[in-house]
Design a protein around this ligand. Structure first.
Ligand SMILES: *Cc1c(COP(=O)(O)O)cnc(C)c1O
Length: 379
């Protein structure tokens, strides 16, 4: 069925159990859906604007951002178009082309691209590689020393992927934060896969900056939206206002996500504040699914014990089935879909990831049953 010629009606959230890591925690609440519909017209958020998106009182954007800062244990927040724009804003504000910036090997491509765009020199903290892909916090100190030896100075920024999107590994951010403090290197935590899903407190973790993704982890939709939260001491530099248009922050070109996605983020926030309290249950669900799928021959990569809803699997057993199944490598997608499960990329059998975020006990049970049934039937 089409909503309009050429555009298919999307029914993944209504009719299926969706385990696509990109999408599980970005699923919009009912409140967000209503807000998006009401503010779907262009610039409708600007009805009562007095000059700057992040200062708006009606709808209460400013109050929302103040609440977000408290929620994340930071001092000030602004809206961005996504986590990538938040990272780029910091890079642009506090580095110059040619400066050294340290990132972890499990970084998202957008961290790399933001660094490239800012023209900085990228130094990488290596992961332990297969099968754990662990980032050791102490290695940040080693790379800082390497930067010092090679350039004569310290890096201008250290970026840590708090939880990465490939393996769902969570790094001990506080340990990285401590090293950054000791070396006086500003510390940016990329929380695209953590804030909004689980409790994150920037002060406790010693972060100078936190980037968040609304459409990934804060139950938002209607477009894209993110957050940049910072500590007080960076306000002047990172939230610098235009010299001519004195209410417009430079790094977001005055106003960033000026549409329904901002309203969605605001409308879902009460739900987000509640749902992070269930984080232990989310981790428990993920561990349960991992252990059940390992019983049927799948191998889970990443650090142990598992600490996140995103999990990566190697699956020789499903790959073997694909060699003889009539649907070839599309068999897994097709067989899962028949059982009402979507979200693993069509065509993958050997390596894939999934997220169990927000699933009920019943759904978790069904997910495990689906994989078990497929393996038992075709092996
Ligand atoms: C998804 C993701 C991003 C990108 O988030 P946007 O809000 O779409 O820019 C950045 N970093 C990590 C680790 C991610 O997983």
């Amino acid at each position: 069925m089409n909503v309009t010629p050429g555009i298919e009606l999307r029914d993944r959230e209504e009719d299926y159990l969706n385990i696509n890591p990109l999408q599980t925690a970005g699923r919009a609440t009912l409140e967000a859906r209503k807000a998006v519909l009401s503010y779907v017209d262009g610039y409708s958020i600007c009805d009562w604007c007095k000059g700057a998106l992040c200062e708006m009182e009606k709808p209460p954007v400013k109050k929302f951002l103040d609440d977000v800062s408290v929620f994340l244990g930071m001092d000030a927040s602004i809206l961005t178009d996504g986590a990538r724009e938040a990272k780029y804003a910091v890079l642009h504000a506090i580095t110059s082309p040619g400066d050294a910036v340290v990132v972890d090997e499990n970084k998202h491509y957008t961290t790399y691209v933001a660094c490239e765009r800012a023209g900085v020199r990228i130094y990488e903290v290596a992961s332990s590689g297969h099968p754990e892909y662990k980032i050791n916090p102490e290695d940040y100190a080693k790379v800082f020393e390497q930067v010092k030896a090679e350039t004569g100075g310290l890096p201008k920024l250290a970026i840590l992927t708090h939880v990465d999107g490939s393996y769902g590994n969570m790094v001990d951010a506080k340990a990285v934060g401590k090293i950054c403090r000791d070396y006086k290197v500003p510390f940016l935590m990329n929380c695209a896969y953590s804030s909004g899903r689980m409790p994150v407190n920037g002060k406790e973790l010693l972060a100078d900056f936190i980037s968040s993704s609304g459409h990934k982890s804060w139950a938002s939709g209607g477009g894209n939206v993110g957050l940049l939260s910072i500590s007080e001491s960076w306000k002047e530099k990172v939230f610098k206002l235009s010299g001519k248009y004195k209410v417009k922050p430079l790094e977001i070109l005055g106003c960033s996500s000026r549409g329904s996605s901002t309203l969605a983020l605001m409308a879902s926030f009460p739900h987000v504040k509640e749902r992070i309290k269930n984080w232990d249950k989310e981790v428990e669900n993920a561990r349960h699914v991992v252990s059940e799928l390992e019983k049927i021959g799948l191998v889970n990569l990443g650090t142990k014990p598992r600490q996140h809803d995103v999990n990566f699997f190697e699956s020789e057993v499903l790959y073997k089935i694909s060699q003889t199944h009539k649907d070839k490598n599309f068999f897994l997608y097709n067989e899962l879909k028949k059982r009402g499960v979507v979200g693993i990329k069509a065509g993958l059998t050997k390596n894939f990831k999934m997220s169990t975020y927000g699933k009920t006990n019943e759904q978790i049970k069904h997910l495990v049953w689906s994989f078990t049934d497929i393996v038992e039937k075709f092996r």
